[in-house]
Write a protein that binds this ligand. Structure first.
Ligand SMILES: [Zn+2]
Length: 510
């Protein structure tokens, strides 16, 4: 057991994909020409009035609901006062006393991002989700600092957890799961490099049973990997300091990705330093029945629920289901293909139908997670482009049905896949045109076997002698020779002969 107990909490900021900013009508977009998406409201001119973008509120509530939060009867905004050049108003409109989402949780489950083991299941409590405006961006170049206010006023949702995590691995898993959830909901692109999902972490350690220690906040964690590395570094650093009898300074530290360590940045402000007070220019928001319904109907099946359903419905392994559900587009593609492949057949019993469905699903899952992902990578296609992929779900299903019925071998199925993509044609057509349909007629295969026997007289003679002898010590030699002949038969049919039937025919004609 570790000597110290650690407590990790996260504050994750996500950019909501609203078309316009949260309190004005300016366009909300990443990468536009600097200072083109600005107006008197988001630049904080005197005398202007903010108005709430209801879409921001709706998307925020969708995330809150997906994290099992309660949405209060009344929610409002506060001013958080501080001076910084990226915020010309000198305050940020945020939420403090009544955030839009309260007291939720997320179930953590899955493989440790850094290693082979699965982490134990865990419930992480969500303290709150609150809506606020983002600040502008400062770009430091040489001796000058440039300011771009396009980002000032963009809808930002902050998700705050309780300090329920204990390791960097758990925190990384939390961020990955949250990223999946907001992408499934379509409310955030989850792009950490572009800053549309940003995480700050706080961590304290203490002797077991002594409660929380003194909290250190870590900023500048712009990938989920840095979250893990930064936290694990900080837990070690604090442990060494306590071992040496030092006290931990309550402060904010920056993660330095070049040196793989955290460095002091500033002593932490307290909430009272911000002098929060209710924003006088915005009314209290009371979600009515119509608003709550609009949130409900926008909710989707979330990745973890979908994963469990895929395991149950199609008999997939947990690992497979997790990989398939990693992105919604991938899971949609998989399910569309399985459903195209598996209409219930009247002549089959319920059990047989289930088995057929499971076997088609397994085939499609295997192809999807290996060959198709490989092809997408090679063609430079992202999963979100999969709707324009030539190997569409219907075509993939046709291939799986052919392979499942033994009409085509696995190897030729993959070659067909490549041709579907190269030539944009139907799999059936390709298989017919190339005469790739598997040979299963015993009589036809027997003809080929006879021809092979004639050409391989020496091998056949040796094999017949071995068979007559029946010496068990020579079994291995016998098998090698038989396999050699089967290989010749398959080759002679251009890879089309069913290997099982070819084997039976070689045996029977010996
Ligand atoms: Zn504006």
């Amino acid at each position: 057991m570790a000597k110290y107990q650690s407590f990790i909490g996260l504050e994750v900021h996500i950019h909501l994909l609203t078309k316009t900013k949260v309190f004005c009508r300016c366009r909300s977009a990443f990468g536009d020409e600097p200072n083109t998406n600005v107006c008197p409201v988001c630049l904080g001119y005197p005398g202007v009035l903010p108005t709430l973008n209801i879409e921001s509120m709706r998307m925020g509530c969708m995330v809150a609901r997906s994290l099992h939060c309660t949405i209060p009867e009344r929610t409002w905004f506060e001013r958080k006062q501080y001076f910084y050049p990226d915020m010309t108003k000198n305050y940020q409109i945020s939420q403090f006393a009544s955030p839009l989402g309260q007291n939720g949780y997320m179930e953590l489950e899955g493989r440790s991002p850094s290693g082979e083991s699965r982490l134990p299941k865990k419930k992480v409590r969500i303290k709150e989700c609150h809506l606020e405006e983002d600040a502008g961006k400062m770009i430091h170049t040489g001796t000058v600092s440039l300011l771009d206010y396009n980002r000032a006023g963009v809808s930002l949702l902050e998700i705050v957890t309780e300090p329920d995590m204990e390791t960097g691995e758990e925190a990384e898993l939390f961020i990955q799961e949250l990223r999946r959830i907001v992408r499934y909901l379509g409310v955030c692109d989850g792009n950490m490099e572009e800053g549309s999902l940003r995480a700050d972490a706080n961590v304290s350690i203490n002797l077991p049973g002594k409660g929380l220690g003194r909290k250190v906040e870590i900023k500048n964690l712009n990938s989920s990997r840095f979250v893990r590395l930064g936290l694990n570094y900080e837990i070690r650093r604090q442990g060494v300091a306590l071992d040496e009898g030092k006290t931990i300074v309550q402060e904010t530290r920056l993660w330095n990705e070049n040196r793989d360590e955290t460095m002091p940045m500033r002593q932490k402000e307290n909430a009272q330093d911000y002098r929060y007070f209710p924003e006088p220019d915005l009314p209290v928001f009371c979600p009515d029945e119509a608003f709550r319904t609009s949130v409900d109907i926008a909710l989707v099946e979330l990745p973890r629920a979908r994963m469990r359903r895929l395991m149950e419905e199609y008999g997939l392994q947990q690992e497979q289901a997790e990989l398939i559900c990693d992105e919604k587009e991938g899971a949609d593609y998989f399910e569309a293909a399985v459903s195209a492949a598996g209409a219930d057949k009247q002549e089959l019993s319920k059990k047989e139908n289930t088995e057929a469905k499971h076997s088609a699903a397994l085939q499609i899952a295997n192809w999807f997670l290996s060959d198709i992902k490989h092809i997408l990578g090679r063609e430079g296609l992202a999963l979100k482009d999969i709707t324009s992929f030539r190997l569409n779900p219907r075509r993939l299903a046709a291939l799986a049905v052919m392979a499942g019925a033994g009409r085509i071998t696995g190897k030729l199925a993959k070659q067909t896949m490549e041709l579907v993509i190269a030539e944009d044609r139907e799999p059936e057509e390709i298989v017919k045109a190339n005469n790739w349909e598997q040979l299963t007629d015993p009589a036809q295969i027997a003809e080929t076997v006879k021809a092979v026997f004639a050409a391989e007289e020496k091998t056949v003679t040796e094999l017949r002698a071995l068979k007559a002898e029946g010496d068990e010590t020579k079994e291995k030699r016998r098998r090698t020779l038989a396999a050699y002949l089967v290989g010749k038969v398959i080759a002679a049919t251009g890879g089309r002969a069913d290997p099982k039937i070819a084997g039976q025919q070689v045996d029977s004609l010996l």
